[in-house]
Ligand binder design. Structure first.
Ligand code: AMP
Length: 281
């Protein structure tokens, strides 16, 4: 496994073996089974696989957790080596954002909504760093988690609009035994918060069940999520939404499908989750 922070070395590995298919999994590290599911899928579907580990400062707001974001590089490397990854790109900030850097990729409309409304600038940071990573790694396919549903929608728009020659593949959310979506940020939770954090999954499940049982009213489904979260004293809702899976606009009435999302503060830790519901027929 090649581990490098050097762009020229990534390109040499990428093209040195000829035109092989490369899968790519961008991450911020502190890897868990959710990340590893993306890695395994990339390995299964491509001749070579690259993973990046980079905690991108430009996607964090000034009062967010950039400096405390969990890091475990040695353990991450062992997991990736064991999985059979060919290349790990671990750039420094000066490689990604050298002096004079000023270009940005904006996907303004999709980036204003939901997460973007709570985290201004977040998706511009994400789109810019992922565009850079795609240009550096030049993957055939790139793998993202449904866990960050809006991120996949924003990046899908970017890939289409800017003609990146890469297939985006969105993989299912991997969950803990009680349903909590795996996240590097779960490490911040105190024991009582960790127990209570199951409310995100339970609220989404309740809304999904109501939808499947015939409740098609978007606001009523959103209120159901809101009520479930409000019943958990350790949770504070940031937002809940019932939206169209592609446009991310709020649905008054659910027709074929809906994306149910929420963001919740458990103490100082902000968690997100979502469920995509497709209605048969
Ligand atoms: P992160 O390191 O949090 O930036 O995540 C890197 C990638 O892993 C993103 O595409 C995430 O959507 C994905 N990911 C994170 N958590 C999960 C999960 N529980 N299940 C599936 N994918 C995930």
């Amino acid at each position: 496994m090649i581990v490098t922070g050097d762009i020229a070395e990534v390109r040499a590995a990428r093209w040195g073996g000829g035109n092989l298919s490369w899968g790519f999994v961008p991450t911020m590290g502190y890897l868990h089974a959710g990340h590893l599911a993306l890695v395994e899928r990339a390995i299964a579907e491509n001749e070579r696989t690259a993973v990046s580990i980079y905690v991108n400062p430009t996607q964090f707001g000034p009062r967010e957790d950039f400096s405390s974001y969990p890091r475990a590089l040695t353990q991450d490397m062992a997991l990736l080596e064991n999985a059979g990854v060919d290349l790990v790109f671990t750039p420094s900030d000066s490689v990604m954002y050298p002096v004079g850097f000023q270009t940005a990729v904006a996907v303004p409309e999709l980036s204003m909504l939901l997460e973007g409304a709570s985290r201004p600038g977040h998706f511009a940071g994400v789109a810019t760093v992922v565009a850079k990573l795609f240009n550096i790694v030049q993957p055939t396919r790139a793998y993202f988690g449904q866990k960050d549903a809006q991120q996949s929608v924003v990046l899908g728009r970017m890939v289409t609009d800017l003609n990146f020659p890469v297939d985006l593949i969105v993989c299912p959310t991997v969950r803990e035994h009680d349903g909590l979506a795996m996240s590097s940020r779960n490490a911040y939770l105190f024991l009582a918060e960790r127990t209570a954090a199951v409310v995100l999954y339970q609220a989404l499940t309740a809304a999904k069940e109501a939808l499947l049982a015939g409740q098609r009213d978007g606001p009523a489904l959103r209120q159901l999520i809101e009520k479930r979260v409000a019943a958990e004293p350790l949770a504070r809702l940031d937002y809940a939404a019932v939206v169209h899976p592609h446009t991310l606009t709020e649905l008054t009435v659910v027709e074929e499908s809906a994306l149910l999302l929420l963001a919740v503060f458990m103490g100082r830790t902000r968690l997100i989750d979502n469920m995509l519901v497709e209605l048969a027929g």
